[in-house]
Design a protein around this ligand. Structure first.
Ligand SMILES: Nc1ncnc2c1ncn2[C@@H]1O[C@H](COP(=O)(O)OP(=O)(O)OP(=O)(O)O)[C@@H](O)[C@H]1O
Length: 369
């Protein structure tokens, strides 16, 4: 194996698009040497059917072409042996849940609602994209097992994760790493899963899916107070909850139950989002299709039940573009960033991610003398 330092340095700038690590760190560069102005490089793909083959090819060629003294790039693509893959897997996969480590710096935020159809998934997809557009490394788990809709909302309804042996690499949409139960169900078939199976599925997502280092992990929970909400609190004890409701008083009452689960699970409810608030009409007037005040009412009720401050994070108006953006797979925060709904979502994404971190339970890295 020949590895010329100058070429390696350039190759270290190339990341595997799925693993998001330099190909040099992943053991993908088998040889790299320079003869008579030709950089001769062999890169090993993790699997023969690697969907990112052409991206890797282009990135490697581009990185080497700019080097002084390199006139030509002669790139050969090979495939890792099972032993090399096993070594890679060992170096990447942790058998524990990285996000439940008290020293983890990833914020885990689960988005809950009392009932279905209040826009929880639409908001989760938009919040994730807003956070990614803000430069954060974002993961999104669609844990809405019976109504998985996140892949469609992000424009990747057919995407499937890449498997490298037992390791699962999540597809990336609009800069967000996404995994959904829907990606493991053939032909959109309905899933009838009981609690223990759901728990196991979620556990597997959290251990086997290689998200890499994340700033934020969002979870789209199923509506209501079901098994998944309990599993999330057990598997991710440091996770926080955001509760979505509509302005309707009756909806706020139902949503209170979803938020009150936090009393039993010990999770922190970091805020309430009111969705489908007053719609702005073309003449500038507003129409309160679902009434008003539900978000503030829910935040107030949860403060009483939980005994902690629960802010109303924001109100998102009814906006036909929010729906059509979801149908088209391009979330509103990307397609119409200056709309009222998008600016409200972006502000909430910032508020959620720019909060100071509590140091409770964190290792401070101080060596006792
Ligand atoms: N602010 C809004 N303005 C207009 N349409 C909206 C708004 N929020 C959500 N919608 C639309 O409402 C419908 C329900 O939204 P969504 O599927 O996100 O709800 P949900 O709470 O996740 O439902 P479930 O949990 O049952 O899957 C979708 O068609 C979505 O496009």
């Amino acid at each position: 194996m020949t590895l010329e330092p100058r070429l390696l340095e350039a190759l270290a700038t190339v990341q595997d698009p799925e693993l998001r690590r330099p190909i040099t760190e992943l053991g993908m560069v088998e040889s790299a040497f320079l003869t008579d102005g030709t950089a001769q490089v062999k890169v090993l793909l993790t699997i023969a059917a690697c969907p990112m083959r052409s991206t890797i090819e282009a990135d490697v060629t581009a990185a080497l072409s700019t080097l002084p003294g390199v006139r030509e790039v002669d790139l050969t693509l090979g495939v890792m042996s099972p032993e090399q893959r096993a070594e890679l897997r060992e170096s990447l996969v942790s058998r524990s849940i990285p996000f439940s480590d008290p020293a983890s710096l990833t914020r885990v935020i689960a988005i809950a609602s009392g009932k279905g159809g209040v826009g929880k998934s639409t908001l989760t997809a938009n919040l994730a994209c807003a956070m990614a557009a803000d430069g954060l490394r974002v993961g999104l788990i669609d844990a809405d097992v019976h109504g998985f809709s996140i892949p469609g909302l992000l424009g990747i309804p057919e995407a499937r994760p890449t498997r490298v042996d037992e390791m699962i690499l999540p597809p990336v949409a609009h800069g967000v790493k996404v995994i959904s139960i829907g990606m493991f169900v053939p032909d959109n078939k309905p899933v009838i899963w009981r609690g223990p199976m759901l728990h196991r599925a979620l556990e597997q997502f959290l251990t086997d899916v290689h998200f890499g280092d994340l700033d934020v992990l969002l979870l789209d929970l199923p509506p209501g107070t079901g098994d998944i909400a309990i599993s999330v609190s057990q598997l991710l004890p440091g996770s926080e909850l955001v509760v979505v409701t509509t302005p309707q008083a009756a909806a706020a009452q139902v949503a209170e139950r979803a938020g009150s689960v936090a009393v039993q699970t010990g999770q922190k409810v970091v805020g309430v989002i009111e969705n489908m608030s007053a719609m702005v009409m073309p003449d500038g007037s507003t129409l309160e299709v679902f009434g008003s005040g539900g978000g503030a009412e829910l935040a107030g009720r949860l403060e009483l039940v939980l005994g902690t401050k629960v802010p109303l994070l924001g109100q998102v108006p009814l906006d036909p573009w929010l729906r059509s953006g979801g149908d088209a797979g391009v979330p509103l925060v990307l397609s119409h960033p200056s709309s009222l709904a998008a600016t409200s979502i972006v502000a909430m994404a910032r508020a959620l991610t720019h909060r100071p971190r509590g140091l409770a339970g964190m290792k401070l890295g101080v060596t006792p003398r």
